[in-house]
Design a protein around this ligand. Structure first.
Ligand SMILES: C[S@@+](CC[C@H](N)C(=O)[O-])C[C@H]1O[C@@H](n2cnc3c(N)ncnc32)[C@H](O)[C@@H]1O
Length: 236
């Protein structure tokens, strides 16, 4: 399964409504998933051939980094059209599907930084669509009676992987120099795998996994311009 059809996108920025909770992910936090968390679960080799889907991809800050690792490419979609060329789809609409498992063209990994309020619904839906689901959420998301009753009791994550460092996320843009008091973790579900003990994402990731080119690629630019390198769509 090789999704293909890379298209350069030139577009101006479009501001989403605040209710959509657009907080772009720092690139290094996505690389920490691929460099530390998936290898800890024995999934490093799977990424080589698999395809991924970020169903709440915003301007692609997470999705474009995933493409550095996923040999099968993938899909980015969002309910809002940010003008970057990704599919515009409501992930919580059950008609929203990508690929066709029957044809062998479907994402093996669904990975995102979903909006906080409907995040449990995102996870429940993702678990029906892909065997591996990874979501970046506040560490505090691990608690809560309603989440326990509607998700964790019957579908506990295979791995809860808190960052030792803080992952600063700012509304509407990635600010490489921001700081935060909020703590984040990767929550990973692997279909058929028993829950494992927590895994602490080691310190030093922010420095080691921030690449020299990241500011140019991902930090917000005031003028219209190609923020991101590519948009990948499956072309039959
Ligand atoms: C926290 S941002 C994450 C953006 C991107 N994944 C990243 O990490 O940079 C949450 C995103 O969810 C999108 N969103 C909110 N509700 C959605 C829905 N029902 N379906 C798809 N996307 C949605 C928002 O537009 C926003 O881009």
């Amino acid at each position: 399964m090789i999704p293909s059809g890379h298209t350069a996108v030139m577009a101006s920025r479009r501001e989403p409504p605040g209710s959509l909770e657009f907080f772009p992910t720092p690139p290094w936090a996505t690389r920490a998933l691929c460099e530390h968390v998936f290898p800890h679960l024995g999934l490093a080799a799977d990424m080589e051939f698999a395809a991924c889907w970020d169903p709440a991809c915003g301007e692609g800050h997470m999705f474009e980094v995933l493409l550095e690792y996923f040999g099968g490419g993938g899909w980015g979609s969002d309910i809002f059209d940010y003008g970057r060329g990704y599919r515009v789809e409501d992930f919580l609409d059950e008609r929203t599907v990508i690929g066709s498992p029957a044809d062998g063209v479907a994402p093996e990994f669904i990975i995102s930084n979903p909006p906080f309020r409907p995040a449990a619904a995102f996870v429940r839906r993702a678990l029906t669509l892909a065997p591996i689901v990874a979501m970046l959420l506040r560490t505090a998301w691990i608690e809560g009676v309603e989440r326990y009753e509607t998700l964790f009791r019957d579908q506990p994550p295979t791995l809860f992987a808190p960052f030792v460092e803080r992952v600063p996320m700012t509304k509407g843009r990635w600010d490489p120099d921001a700081s935060t008091a909020t703590s984040y973790a990767w929550f990973v579900w692997v279909r058929g795998a028993a829950p494992r003990p927590p895994f602490w994402i080691p310190p030093g990731c922010r420095k080691a996994l921030t690449l020299p080119d990241d500011r140019r690629r991902f930090a917000s630019q005031p003028a219209a311009g190609p923020l991101l390198a590519s948009v990948v769509e499956w072309a039959p």
